[in-house]
Design a protein around this ligand. Structure first.
Ligand SMILES: [Zn+2]
Length: 1083
């Protein structure tokens, strides 16, 4: 009687949402644009009830308009009660172009999550993912969708770095379109890639990692254009916001994405990582990650134990029973710092303590910061808090069960992690911060003071740490003699601070410090070993850290015991190899065995990148093997491997030293870009990177390869930039390396303006580091010559005689003499016909003909005469590299075995090399640059009688590059003493940007103007007012306090009023200001 329900309700087009239920009265439905009418199907529950359609003409066939149609159905029961069901029907407009969903197959999530009105998305993919399928969906089937202008069913091929996918949806009537974009970023391929074609290798090499570029970006208007991998240019510009190559300050929008290059590079053919093991496959760069996963030549982690057990040292070691047990005269003791850790209260169950520790360790890992992150954590929630809690729980477990070796070991690993937490991630307790590591600002301030003291004692520029300490010491003695004890105390603080800081750079001292985390970890591993000498794991870690301490004999004992227990374990093999190499009587050890052990360790790492990431398995190698890229000890071991490989004639399937160096530089670059903190981890990785770079540069120079000169110069430039931006403070080794590298660049292209300029900079730095002695003067003269040559050769071709400024330099003469000696020595006995028949003529012809080959210089003429010598010298080293010609023509044993595998590839790469036209950059015309002028100005300013000339070149720099602060500051400083107004004039020429864009560097200039004018009481000077305002605006009014006081004292009230008005952007007549002026009695 009173039932006014519907029994069912549906529409001929469009589905009700939610599904119909008698008791629900509100629904929505969407119909496509082509639908004109839709018929309602419905029935009342009670036969006696009636219903009316409250829409349109009341018919059950409803006419639908575009947009929202509110269809209501009123059901009236027999007793007159009623109920209204309503359906909000949205009819899609035929003009609408919109996706209803967008997915990318196989779990690639979009960021942000899909929403129809959001048009730009990003998405990340693994390095082995070569293509993706995109599934766009529309509500209206009449809409058309296309992915990158093709049918949606086609997969999209991914570039090696970034791929932009464009999804276009067109409205039903074809009139409107909407574009959605998805930017897919692939992870970088973890290992250094070798392109088949040398030209590709040259073009696609990232100057930082010396591996293939990843997400290439160039610097706007850089000349010549230099391209970097995005993560590495980010890393370098975090250190200094300048173009690493030209040192020009970077402005907004300096980053230019090189998508076209990325695409071209992704399609370039590359060799398999395992080509040295026989894989001949070539593939597109974009596909190498996927190939490596499937490659049958991938080294197996299942090593043959015979390789170890059959070696002499192994037999010797395990033959005598006295050796099998390490005499650990170690008594277990709980150290004070350990006692402080045993504070997990109320818990006595070891298992539960371990579970807590593991939980904390996980939290620590999850919360580690990334470079550039702002580190802010709630109290007790920082990663370091969790790591400490993990240590506390393990230590407390040890208190319960002091003879459980595993617990000691786990605590050791946690303590070792502490080292990375502090050094790599910069995590520190607030309290720790103050005395050891000052805040950044304070430490920069101290450094400034130290440099000022250095200048006072004849060390200009940035002297080495040794010289800085020397200067501080001299100052300290002076002050003591003068009886200025307060000042002397302060200088002593500086001295201690600096020596501590400098001491940090010495890797070997680190582990021996009782307070140091690594040392504590070592003690715990020792405890574990003493409780259970039969664990390969404890022995491995013990040995690894002992090696870091330089105790190679002791380390070897532990590692050999570990290897005896587990002869197939690649990590133990690697570190054993390293220990054998470092052992005092290393000569007795077979180098071949060491190479095998080290290479197997490296190969294990290489293969690990290409298996599915099972974290448990990775744990096997030094406590978290995902560490390999930040593990400087491992990377250094690989450097030793490469050095060995280039010395000995290798066995079957040996890697080329070049490939190992490339892998090391690639991994070190990855590690560096992960470091959050400029600590010891970063310094060590930096030095590994520099060493690998240097070795590869030397290798390139030794190779017989036409057209390589620009490549050499590019690498020299990259290495110089890395040295300059390195986190390692200036020291003798670095300065020497820098000078050497720059000389190499000049030797390659003696008329290259850029190379000469870099040499000048290196010589200037050398001169500064030698204070005021004879070497310093010689270096300074050379620097001037190099800069002059660089300036003179701007805009001229790089072919021809070496410039006269070069031939005057001692090192150049020495080099020529050395080359001559070599030629004389080797020429007579060694005219090998085999070499001459193929290599020499091909090379010679090319030289004679190649207009672009930098042939006629002094250098190349020596190269020419000494060519046969070089071939012989480099034959063994290069045999396994890409200079394949030697392999084919030479019959000595060195290259025989390894050569076979890839002879074809090498032949083809050689061919392409010989056919190669001189690259455009080989005859590149050097552009004018301010850098050599700035360098020359600095060099000239160092001696009293050339100051005038220095001023001239500073002026030139200012004309050429008005945005470079240094030129103004240094020129003004030169002038200040004799003519303060001239200094003001120099500063005044600086093109200041609008206030809101001014930086602290700009404020330094305005501040200097104000300082000089105020000091000389030149209140009427036209520059005073604008610079007071500019300085006050950028630095805050507080910075002007002392000037305002001085001006008040001189009753300069009109000036004061204008300064205040200017800083507040108000007129002097402003009422509020007038009140203030009256209060101040300035009116
Ligand atoms: Zn392969």
């Amino acid at each position: 009687m009173d039932n006014c329900d519907l029994d069912y309700l549906s529409m001929s087009d469009g589905e009700l949402n939610p599904s119909f239920r008698s008791d629900l009265t509100q629904y929505t439905a969407t119909v496509e644009s082509r639908v004109k009418t839709s018929t309602l199907h419905l029935q009342t529950s009670d036969g006696g009830a009636s219903c009316n359609i409250l829409f349109g003409d009341g018919s059950r066939t409803v006419k639908l308009e575009d947009g929202l149609n509110k269809v209501e159905i009123e059901v009236v029961s027999e007793d007159g009660s009623s109920k209204v069901y309503s359906i909000a029907v949205s009819k899609l407009s035929s003009r609408a172009a919109q996706l209803s969903d967008l997915t990318i197959e196989r779990g690639h999530d979009l960021h942000p999550g899909f929403s129809p009105a959001t048009y730009d998305y990003t998405c990340s993919a693994r390095f082995d993912c070569c293509e993706v399928r995109v599934h766009p969906q529309t509500l209206d089937r009449s809409m058309q969708t296309a992915v990158n202008d093709t049918a949606c069913s086609e997969p999209v091929m991914l570039n090696a770095g970034e791929t932009v996918i464009i999804i276009k949806v067109t409205s039903a009537d074809g009139a409107n379109t909407q574009v959605y974009t998805v930017n897919v970023t692939r992870e970088p391929v973890p290992l250094a890639v070798a392109f088949c074609d040398v030209k590709d290798q040259m073009e696609f090499e990232c100057p930082v990692s010396l591996s293939a570029l990843y997400k290439p970006v160039s610097i706007h208007q850089s000349e010549p254009k230099t391209v970097f991998s995005a993560p590495y240019i980010d890393m370098l510009t975090r250190r200094s916001k300048v173009d690493p190559f030209t040192e020009r300050p970077l402005r907004e929008g300096w980053k230019v994405l090189e998508s076209e290059l990325d695409q071209r590079m992704s399609n370039a053919p590359v060799k398999c990582f395992f080509s040295y093991r026989g894989c001949r496959k070539q593939m597109r760069y974009a596909e190498i990650g996927a190939h490596a996963k499937e490659c049958h030549y991938k080294p197996s982690s299942d090593l043959d134990s015979v390789e170890v057990t059959e070696t002499n040292w192994y037999r010797n070691y395990f033959a005598s029973s006295s050796n099998t047990e390490i005499m650990t005269h170690h008594t277990l003791e709980i150290r004070n710092w350990e006692k402080r850790l045993q504070t997990a209260l109320g818990e006595h169950d070891v298992d539960s303590l371990i579970a807590h520790a593991e939980e904390h360790f996980k939290l620590y890992k999850n919360r580690l910061p990334n470079p550039g992150d702002v580190m802010q954590y709630d109290p007790g929630q920082s990663p370091l808090d969790h790591l400490e809690q993990a240590a506390v729980h393990y230590a407390s477990a040890i208190k319960v069960k002091p003879h459980n070796a595993k617990l000691h070991f786990l605590l050791g690993q946690t303590l070792e992690e502490h080292y990375y937490a502090t050094e790599m991630y910069g995590l520190k307790k607030e309290a720790q911060e103050d005395d050891q590591d000052l805040g950044q600002a304070k430490s920069a301030g101290r450094q400034e003071e130290i440099l000022a003291i250095c200048r006072l004692h004849g060390f200009p520029g940035t002297p080495t740490a040794e010289n800085q300490l020397k200067a501080l010491d001299t100052e300290l003695q002076d002050l003591r003699q003068q009886g200025q004890s307060a000042k002397a105390d302060y200088v002593q603080t500086l001295f201690l601070w600096l020596s501590k800081k400098a001491g940090k750079q010495d890797g070997s001292s680190v582990v021996s410090d009782e307070k140091c985390w690594l040392h504590r970890a070592l003690l715990k591993y020792l405890d574990a070993c003493s409780l259970n000498a039969d664990s390969w794991e404890y022995n491995l870690h013990m040995g690894r850290l002992l090696l870091l301490q330089g105790k190679s004999n002791e380390a070897l004992q532990h590692l050999q015991s570990a290897l005896g227990l587990q002869p197939r374990q690649p990590a133990i093999r690697f570190y054993t190899g390293l220990a054998l190499l470092q052992k005092e009587e290393a000569a007795a050890v077979s180098k071949c065995e060491v190479v095998m052990l080290l290479q197997q360790g490296l190969e294990y790492v290489m293969a690990q990148f290409f298996i599915s990431h099972d974290h448990n398995e990775q744990q096997q190698w030094d406590g978290g093997y995902d560490r390999s890229v930040v593990n400087a000890q491992f990377l250094r071991g690989c450097l030793s491997l490469a050095a060995l490989l280039s010395k000995i004639s290798s066995s079957d399937q040996a890697m080329s030293p070049e490939q190992v160096y490339h892998i090391v530089s690639g991994l070190a670059a990855q590690g560096i870009s992960r470091c959050v903190n400029q600590g010891e981890v970063l310094q060590q990785l930096d030095s590994v990177l520099l060493e690998a770079h240097f070795a590869l540069l030397q290798g390139l120079i030794q190779q017989q390869r036409d057209g390589k000169q620009p490549w050499i110069v590019k690498r020299c430039q990259a290495l110089t930039a890395l040295i300059r931006l390195s986190s390692i403070g200036p020291c003798r080794e670095l300065l020497d390396m820098q000078e050497k590298v720059c000389q190499m660049g000049v030797l390659a292209l003696p008329r290259c303006s850029r190379a000469l300029c870099l040499l000048g900079l290196a010589q200037l730095a050398q001169s500064d580091s030698h204070a005021a002695d004879e070497r310093a003067r010689a270096a300074l003269t050379d620097a001037c010559l190099s800069f002059q040559a660089s300036i003179e050769l701007e805009g001229s071709h790089q072919t021809g005689e070496a410039p006269k400024q070069l031939t005057k330099q001692t090192w150049w003469k020495d080099h020529l003499d050395a080359e001559k000696d070599k030629t004389v020595k080797h020429e007579a006995p060694e005219p090998k016909p085999a070499v001459k028949s193929s290599e020499a003529p091909a090379d010679g012809k090319k030289r004679a003909r190649g207009r672009g080959a930098p042939a006629r210089g002094v250098l190349t003429s020596t190269v020419k005469t000494s060519a046969p010598t070089r071939v012989n010298k480099t034959a063994t080293a290069a045999a396994r590299g890409r200079t394949g010609v030697h392999l084919v023509t030479k019959s000595d044993g060195a290259g025989k075995t390894a050569g076979k595998s890839s002879i074809k590839a090498q032949m083809s790469s050689c061919k392409s090399l010989l056919q190669e036209k001189p690259t455009t950059s080989a005859v590149e015309v050097g552009k004018k640059s301010f850098v050599p002028r700035l360098g020359l100005a600095r060099a000239l300013a160092r001696t009293a009688d050339s100051k005038k000339q220095a001023c001239h070149f500073y002026q030139e720099v200012i004309d050429m590059a008005p945005e470079v602060h240094d030129a103004y500051i240094e020129l003004a400083n030169l002038l200040l003493k004799d003519d303060p107004l001239a200094a003001v004039d120099v500063y005044s020429r600086f093109p200041l940007k609008p206030f809101c864009e001014q930086t602290f560097d700009d404020a330094f200039i305005t501040g200097e103007i104000v300082h000089i004018l105020m000091k000389h009481e030149l209140y009427e000077h036209p520059q005073l007012l604008p610079n007071l305002i500019a300085h006050g605006k950028v630095m805050g009014l507080g910075c002007l306090d002392k000037y305002i006081e001085a001006l008040e004292g001189k009753f300069m009230t009109s000036l004061l009023r204008r300064v205040y008005a200017g800083i507040h952007d108000k007129s002097v007549d402003d009422e509020e200001l007038q009140d203030f002026f009256r209060f101040k009695c300035w009116i």
